[in-house]
Write a protein that binds this ligand. Structure first.
Ligand SMILES: [Zn+2]
Ligand SMILES: [Zn+2]
Length: 92
């Protein structure tokens, strides 16, 4: 199953309130958290089969997939550590 995380870049103030991750009733497609160094955002990408996940902002393929349970990831804007928090851990 999945949920939502919030992202907070403490240093530059960049934040995202709700980023979906995980899956509903079917295992696929599912949403995986990512960091895009091209448009410098975090978001969630749709993962299905062998298709390459893309940044939903700039369609870049070279995104860095993140684990929502990992609570120290670098901020895409300023590269200092940011905080990821699970705000809701179920949705279907
Ligand atoms: Zn991007
Ligand atoms: Zn930042």
């Amino acid at each position: 199953m999945g949920g939502f995380v919030s992202f907070n870049g403490m240093n530059c103030g960049y934040s995202e309130e709700r980023i979906g991750f995980g899956h509903g009733k079917q295992p696929e497609p599912y949403l995986q958290l990512y960091k895009c160094d091209s448009c410098k955002t975090v978001g969630s990408a749709r993962i299905q089969g062998d298709r390459k996940p893309l940044c939903s902002g700039c369609y870049n393929e070279n995104i860095e997939l993140l684990d929502p349970k990992d609570n120290s990831i670098p901020c895409p804007k300023c590269d200092t550590s940011a905080v990821i928090k699970v705000v809701e851990d179920t949705w279907a």
